[in-house]
Design a protein around this ligand. Structure first.
Ligand SMILES: *Cc1c(COP(=O)(O)O)cnc(C)c1O
Length: 355
């Protein structure tokens, strides 16, 4: 039975990644041991970290002024680690508030310095991406959330920043082409689009660091992890391995192919939502996410029945986030067009039954 996995995170991974990871858990590199049993200081694991690092840089097209780190604590830890490393108490950082995760990032930053909320769509339930606001050039940095996983909005053009540019790309990293060099620090929890939970990828310009006056706990200091190539302490070995495998898969396809498939999947589903009288979208059309498609039913009372019908037909993970309700279909890189077509067929079948 094929399950169509629309989970928002942890989420679907490419099938070859799952089987290779399973093999490594049984035995890794012919060592007679599981990946879970080897030393993180062994040359076999060092090769994994080195390859994962090189793949991130290659896929992102970044030069050696950028460092790549594999850290723990999720993207949520980066909400605090960014300002702890970059923002002095007397300084001000600018944030654009586009949803739950953006707001949490802002809340953490307030513990370390001043936060200027440059724009927000909160009064409109985060149904759009604010545009056209000024970003003062005296800010220490500017922070945005690329894709709003819970509300289903996404930047399709990034604003230009006159100051160091920080981006949370947890739910859309490597889902499309992008000039990654416009950013100074990129972070992403791996479990949405590039791996399994337990590791967070941070890509940053080393030149940002060493400019704040506070003392930083060793584990929270980016310089510690840069110096030790993410091996200061025991890293999440398995999660880094799964991420490395997923990055290999992404590189094999190339971001051009990944982008065009993701675009087709999103268009197929949004067209179905717009043309089916039972369903409707929840956010501004120009800001619709390709990764997380949020939709509701004209008659909200029918939603539990539709979700049960989808579940009975092997669609998993379609309920909206507990804070917003409705439906959310997450269409990450590893989800095939066939799964989206299956969902669209179910929506049409459901409409025919009710019509
Ligand atoms: C899921 C998510 C987070 C939180 O990630 P954790 O790894 O669970 O801390 C942060 N930002 C965005 C955009 C997310 O989608």
């Amino acid at each position: 039975m094929k399950v169509h996995n629309f989970n928002a995170g942890p989420a679907i991974l490419p099938a070859p990644v799952i089987s290779q990871a399973a093999q490594a858990v049984t035995e890794f590199n012919g060592l007679g041991m599981s990946l879970l049993e080897i030393s993180h200081r062994s040359k076999d694991f060092q090769a994994v970290v080195d390859e994962a690092t090189a793949l991130v840089k290659e896929i992102a097209g970044l030069d050696d002024s950028y460092k790549v780190l594999f850290l723990q604590g999720g993207a949520s830890t980066q909400f605090g680690m960014v300002p702890m490393n970059l923002l002095d108490a007397s300084e001000t950082a600018g944030y654009c508030n586009t949803g739950t995760w953006a707001k949490k990032a802002q809340k953490e930053a307030k513990q370390f310095g001043n936060v200027l909320e440059l724009a927000t769509s909160e009064p409109d339930n985060f149904t759009f991406i604010p545009k056209g606001y000024q970003i003062p050039d005296n800010l220490k940095y500017f922070h945005i959330t690329s894709n709003n996983t819970i509300y289903g909005t996404q930047y399709h053009a990034y604003p230009k920043s006159p100051v160091p540019y920080i981006i949370d790309m947890s739910s859309d990293i490597f889902s499309r082409n992008c000039d990654f060099s416009q950013f100074d620090l990129i972070y992403a929890g791996a479990q949405k689009n590039i791996g399994s939970s337990g590791v967070t990828v941070v890509i940053l310009k080393e030149s940002l660091l060493g400019k704040v006056n506070r003392t930083i706990p060793t584990m929270m200091d980016y310089r510690t992890h840069i110096k030790e190539n993410s091996l200061f302490n025991t890293p999440p070995v398995f999660s880094i391995y799964v991420t490395m495998l997923t990055l290999r898969w992404i590189k094999e396809q190339g971001l051009n192919i990944i982008e065009s498939v993701n675009r087709s999947k999103a268009e197929l589903l949004y067209n179905a939502i717009d043309s089916n009288p039972l369903f409707k979208g929840t956010v501004a059309k120009e800001d619709r996410s390709w990764m997380n498609v949020n939709f509701i039913m004209e008659n909200r009372d029918l939603e539990p029945e539709f979700l049960a019908f989808a579940k009975a037909n092997n669609c998993v993970g379609l309920a909206g986030h507990r804070s917003v309700g409705g439906m959310r279909a997450s269409l990450y890189n590893a989800l095939g067009l066939d799964s989206v077509q299956h969902l669209v067929n179910l929506m049409n079948e459901f409409a025919a039954k009710k019509g």
